[in-house]
Design a protein around this ligand. Structure first.
Ligand SMILES: Nc1nc2c(ncn2[C@@H]2O[C@H](COP(=O)(O)OP(=O)(O)OP(=O)(O)O)[C@@H](O)[C@H]2O)c(=O)[nH]1
Ligand SMILES: [Mg+2]
Length: 442
């Protein structure tokens, strides 16, 4: 979602790094470009203006302009301000009540029901007992949708009795939750195309019946500036405790997602980037800023990997990746693990942009379908142990033999070797970028 913003900011930064010394004018020019990039990405006008004013203030001091790496210093200030803009430290739900309650609300199609299911899975994985309550009683299909999701993630659900009002349903669900030692109750509520009195009253009635500590607005990040207004008015009428941004996998410009926290003062807690139940991520301002500024989000990448990939295998792979000694066997293992990690496009977005991985390489990495995977396996298995460890010895005649042995074409063998070299290159660049990140963090 933040691709084009990311690219334009990196262009500005590249220029900055080029200067040995920076004048005030250099800094001002660069910040003007940063401001344009933010506006182009649909960041709220006032938010962008304040952002630049704050960065400028910290950038024109002597210790920046006179430092050995003035460009780097300016980039660091932009990064720090971006972290601030996104809310500073990571915020979490308040789960201190027994049971804790989370009320989900938002406009029609924002992703409330889907995210309710995702949250149930998220907490269930963390070892909590979760219960869902279907409070969207206007549409029978809505109750059914939540029932299916509850079944998928295997958590209990309370649904409305005929004629039951939402506050009564909420109270009944709470009594049941207490009886069953449930730790988190999540209420999925109904949406509208726009905020109206009736909707607000309905939500207030539920809130006042069950007193949830978490009143969470689900916001479609692809809605643009409109989502900022939506968040503002829900916040004014209901007092939100947090936000969840959905559809970050879309191709919207993302600026609204960056502004909404600054405008409402409500923390973004989680983000959704996909329709699957596992497509939910904790929102960490620091990591998001790094990702947008092209420093990559290596931490989230590793966390994601740890969730689905066997830990021992992961550690081994990481070590070899970083040592840059990985061979074709590691490559195959890597491909298999990557496949387990879900949509590869999402993962590649977390890699440092300045790892300079050309678009076609990223696509190449992503393009291994199930059949290609089988081919790759057959090819690598047809090599001798020595060849797998030292791919550089695989010359023309060896390639021919491997192709015959694996029932593939010599072109397929070449293709796999090419991909292997690209992966190796990518690992090398990741290592470099990570080193820079570490230096940067100091
Ligand atoms: N790509 C993508 N799609 C999402 C995401 N979250 C939700 N969706 C999709 O958005 C559509 C609407 O999601 P719902 O969860 O039904 O939205 P809702 O807020 O409950 O809508 P109403 O109940 O009608 O008010 C569905 O098709 C979801 O699959 C996301 O993070 N990424
Ligand atoms: Mg719904």
């Amino acid at each position: 979602m933040f691709d084009s913003l990311s690219q334009s900011l990196q262009k500005v930064f590249k220029n900055l790094r080029g200067y040995g010394k920076l004048s005030e004018k250099n800094v001002k020019d660069a910040l003007r470009e940063v401001r344009l990039a933010l506006l182009e990405a649909d960041v709220n006008f006032e938010v962008a203006r304040d952002f630049i004013a704050k960065v400028r203030e910290t950038c024109l001091g002597e210790e920046v302009l006179e430092s050995v790496t003035p460009g780097q210093q300016v980039i660091k200030r932009v990064h720090d301000q971006m972290v601030e803009l996104l809310g500073g430290a990571h915020k979490d739900f308040n789960l201190s009540d027994q049971p804790a309650q989370v009320m989900m609300l938002g406009l029609h199609g924002a992703g409330k029901t889907t995210t309710t299911g995702k949250l149930a899975l998220y907490w269930k994985k963390a070892g909590r007992k979760v219960m869902l309550v279907a409070c969207d009683i206007r549409r029978p299909a809505a109750v059914e949708q939540l029932r299916i999701l509850a079944g998928q993630v295997d958590v209990p659900i309370v649904t409305p009795e005929p004629g039951e009002r939402v506050p009564d349903l909420g109270r009944r669900a709470m009594r049941q939750a207490v009886k069953e030692n449930i730790q988190v109750v999540i209420y999925d509520t109904g949406g509208r195309f726009q905020i109206d009195e009736e909707l607000v009253q309905e939500l207030k009635d539920l809130r006042d019946a069950v007193h949830p500590k978490n009143v969470v607005l689900v916001l479609d990040a692809a809605m643009g500036q409109e989502s900022v207004h939506v968040a503002q008015s829900f916040n004014e009428s209901l007092g939100l405790t947090g936000l969840i941004l959905t559809k970050l996998d879309g191709d919207a410009r993302g600026g609204a997602a960056l502004s909404v926290q600054a405008v409402t003062g409500c923390p973004v807690i989680l983000t959704g980037a996909g329709e699957k139940m596992s497509d939910l991520e904790a929102f960490h301002p620091e990591r998001m800023a790094s990702r947008i500024l092209g420093m990559g989000d290596v931490v989230s990448l590793v966390e994601k990997a740890q969730e689905v990939v066997d830990a021992g295998e992961m550690a081994r792979m990481e070590e070899r990746l970083m040592k840059n000694t990985f061979n074709l066997e590691d490559f195959l293992a890597q491909l298999q693990q990557l496949k387990k990690m879900g949509p590869i496009e999402n993962l590649l977005e977390m890699l440092p942009m300045d790892a300079n991985v050309p678009a076609h390489v990223r696509q190449n990495m992503a393009a291994l379908s199930g059949d290609e995977m089988k081919k790759a396996e057959a090819i690598i298995h047809s090599m001798t142990a020595k060849e797998r460890q030292r791919p550089d010895i695989i010359n023309g005649s060896r390639r021919k033999r491997v192709a015959a042995g694996s029932g593939t074409d010599i072109r397929d063998v070449n293709d796999i070797l090419k991909r292997f070299n690209q992966a190796k290159k990518m690992a090398k660049q990741m290592k470099k970028a990570q080193k820079r990140l570490l230096r940067f963090a100091k």
